[in-house]
Design a protein around this ligand. Sequence first.
Ligand code: HEC
Ligand code: HEC
Length: 205
Amino acid sequence: MRSTISLILATLATLAMSTGVFAQAPSAAEDCASCHNKSGVSDDENIPIIAGASAFFLENQLLMYQESARPCAKKEFSESEHEGIAEDHCELSKQLSEDEIIELAAYFADQPFQSADQTFDENLAKVGAQIQEQRCAKCHSDGGSLALDDAGILAGQWKAYLVSTLNDYKNGERWQPEKMGPAIEALSEQDIKALAEFYAREGMK
Ligand code: HEC
Ligand code: HEC
């Protein structure tokens, strides 16, 4: 009897691990929680939600921080409540071993994505939908909601973060895929705003 129960428990534990529901956070994730939360769903509009994006995408971002190939969130790191871990995202990522990067990416990829709690402007979202369709949908399919695209999750991401990172791309401060360049260069300030409103609307679906 007892062995049957432990077999059932063991099976349940394996199932839970494979679905990721009870996936154990690697110890390095403690250094992420003050900003991204343990769940990877941040509640600060300037800090991206990293839960549910593909492990490949997340790994690449951490490697890019190691190489300083994107801005390093210095301001967020120097704000008092987050103080003390590292000077910025680039320095923090340099403290991670390759194995830790793989573990962290797998852990956050396993956490369920949850849309940011934010409102959107319907008229601007309509304008954004057209831009998305013409210039972005080829790579960010299904309204930018698919982790499988290995291009982050845009639908439901914080608007403020999207506006800021799109400007980083436009200003050449963040590495971007060569073929995304022309689509981003063509965006006006108003287009960027409209796209952020569109992705916020997609997140409410
Ligand atoms: C002090 C706050 C802070 C801490 C601590 C922190 N992050 Fe971040 N993280 C940010 C901010 C802010 C950004 C967005 C930076 C930007 O504008 O490009 C970010 C971006 C990211 C991104 C890119 C997401 C995307 O969609 O492009 C990943 C991945 C990430 N962080 C993972 C981590 C991991 C893993 C840890 C722990 C090892 C961590 N972060 C610790 C604030 C933080
Ligand atoms: C040729 C394919 C392609 C096109 C076209 C494209 N993207 Fe991307 N995009 C990507 C890929 C791939 C990534 C991930 C890059 C990486 O790994 O750093 C990405 C990343 C992003 C990110 C960062 C997500 C994050 O979480 O930090 C944003 C925002 C973005 N794209 C917006 C857009 C918008 C808006 C358009 C249309 C104006 C667009 N992209 C067009 C391929 C594309």
